[in-house]
Write a protein that binds this ligand. Structure first.
Ligand code: AMP
Ligand code: GLY
Length: 425
């Protein structure tokens, strides 16, 4: 079988690495892929949002199955376009991808179906939004409605900064049309958990939980990033919390989408906050998380391709989705300066890695036969072990075997999780 994976980051590398375990797959194409993916799949220079070219490529090359991994092609309807040509694909159609594509949609969905989330108001007029701030407690959270490369959320500590955020999003349009509407919502507190779930709209099977580390610097300081590291499982996510989330959040969301005529098939990502008043939804994503995927998939014991096909054809109920009892850690090696200005083009060298570790490529490219840095987040250095402490140690040990100029990483990935585990014991 010929499989095509749309995207070119660490998440797509992890997906391709897992798909390769299935012996029915003869060939994998990555559109566009990256310098590391090129070792496991054939990279094709077609951008992830170039819908027409993607479909043309799939038809010309008789692709049997497509995996559409990033948010923007999903929101743009790449799965719909492939399905129209008779090509099966993993990922929601555009009318369901809106659960990530519009925060106004997702907040209104949660309100309508009583799914726990932060209290909020929606505004399309910046002056009305600013007026509303006078009745708010601070900090307050301001979110651009549409996709914003993970940067559309601003936590404003006071009135002045909240007003500036509204101007930045609605007047200066730093996120373009994504800022035509905004959500202003209550600031919640508590540990954050990411739970990715497979769903075909009829049943929903959660994956192992994980914890992202979004800030650029140690101790959760510095700017927000796309994610500087992850661990799985997340020790805050106990069995009883998992049961509560299944009953009050996951299943109700799947059913709400069905009732709206927007059946969601694919990976539904729940960004949760475990507040003193119970788990609440911070965000939905219509796709695998990055870098959550880099710790979740290495723990998947069942076959990813079988699961993806069962999601696409509506037979997930009969498909096994099992995870190992171990743990995984992923340390992102970034370019110094990320998430702001950084240089690219430095050669990456890799010595032999400890067993059980693997380097997923994110911002890398092949240049004159050498792998070079080509982005802010460069590599996701990942390890699995029987327990979290060993997985973290192993991931950092593996990172020492990988070098490039201006390499930067956090030194405390998983520390918070280990502290929680140690407190419990
Ligand atoms: P999002 O892009 O929606 O995941 O938001 C990015 C980050 O902002 C989240 O991971 C949280 O840390 C934080 N955040 C978003 N919404 C809230 C909220 N209502 N209260 C507190 N923190 C939030
Ligand atoms: N790691 C968060 C995300 O993928 O949106």
């Amino acid at each position: 079988m010929k499989v095509m994976v749309i995207g070119g980051g660490g998440r797509e590398h992890a997906i391709i690495h897992s798909l390769k375990k299935n012996s029915e797959i003869d060939k994998i194409y990555a559109l566009p892929g990256n310098g590391g993916i090129a070792k496991e799949a054939q990279c094709v220079a077609i951008g992830a949002t170039d819908k027409e070219k993607i479909v043309e490529f799939a038809v010309d090359n008789k692709i049997d199955f497509a995996v559409v991994a990033p948010d923007d092609p999903l929101v743009l309807g790449v799965v719909d376009a492939l399905n129209e040509k008779g090509i099966d694909a993993f990922g929601p159609r555009a009318n369901a991808a809106i659960i990530e594509g519009s925060k106004v949609f997702s907040k209104n969905l949660m309100k309508k179906y009583n799914i726990p989330t932060a209290a909020y108001e929606v505004f399309s007029d910046s002056e009305k939004a600013k007026e509303y701030l006078n009745s708010c407690d601070f900090p307050i959270v301001i979110k651009a409605d549409g996709l914003a490369l993970g940067k559309g959320v601003i936590i404003a500590p006071n009135l002045e900064e909240a007003k500036d955020a509204i101007d930045m999003i609605m007047k200066d349009k730093v996120f373009g049309a994504s800022g035509n509407n905004i959500v202003i919502e209550e600031f919640l507190t508590g540990p954050e958990v990411s739970v990715l779930c497979f769903t075909d709209g009829k049943c929903l099977k959660p994956m192992v939980s994980s914890m992202d580390h979004k800030r650029a610097l140690d101790n959760d300081e510095g700017l927000n990033t796309g994610g500087m590291g992850t661990i799985a499982p997340n020790p805050c996510y106990t069995e009883s919390i998992a049961k509560e989330c299944m009953e009050t959040i996951f299943i109700p969301t799947m059913e709400a989408m069905n009732k709206e005529g927007r059946t969601f098939k694919g990976c539904l990502y729940f960004g949760l906050m475990l507040t003193p008043k119970g788990p609440k939804v911070i965000e939905y994503n219509c796709r695998f998380g990055d870098p959550e995927t880099q710790v979740v998939l290495p723990l998947l014991k069942s076959d990813l391709f079988d699961i993806m096909r069962s999601v696409a054809n509506g037979t997930l109920e009969n498909q096994e989705v099992e995870f190992s009892k171990g743990a995984a850690a992923c340390v992102i090696a970034a370019s110094k300066g990320y998430p702001q200005k950084y240089d690219k083009g430095f050669v990456i060298t890799e010595e032999s890695l400890p067993e059980g570790s693997f380097v997923y490529h994110a911002g890398t490219a092949l240049k004159d036969g050498k792998v070079v840095t080509n982005g802010g987040r460069v590599l996701g250095i990942t390890a699995t072990a029987d327990n979290l402490e060993d997985a973290i140690k192993k991931a950092y040990a593996a990172s020492e075997k990988v070098s490039f100029e201006n390499k930067y990483q956090r030194s405390d990935i998983g520390k918070k999780a280990l502290d929680i585990l140690n407190r419990e014991n």
